[in-house]
Design a protein around this ligand. Sequence first.
Ligand SMILES: [Zn+2]
Length: 133
Amino acid sequence: MSETHETVKAFSNEVEATLARSRLAQEGIDGTVHRFSRYRALAGGGYVLKVTAADLSRALALLDELDTGIDMDEYVDADDTSYRRCPACRSVNVDTRPLGGWQRLLAVVSLGLFLWCIKRDCHCAKCGARWRA
Ligand SMILES: [Zn+2]
């Protein structure tokens, strides 16, 4: 008999989802990270952390407690160019505004090519800078 798994939280990248899963594991909660399609992942929120229904309320409480933010700058090498960086402070703690409904649909229909054509609003969680990239 398989247990029901519930989504605890959605993440825009796999690293943050995996770090959150590790934090839950430290408290004895087994979680799994699931990725939606590559295109939905690129559009934001494509990685979800799931736990058993029995662990859901405890996992939500733990992540709320820990939601002071995972400082990605501690984990990403300063020379790593694969992450989007804040133009002001070079932090990788950058949030990209999720795509709206029609933009997400267009991204899926165009197999992600649409994502190369649009500029997205970004926000630095460290210094508060906002820009369009
Ligand atoms: Zn910044």
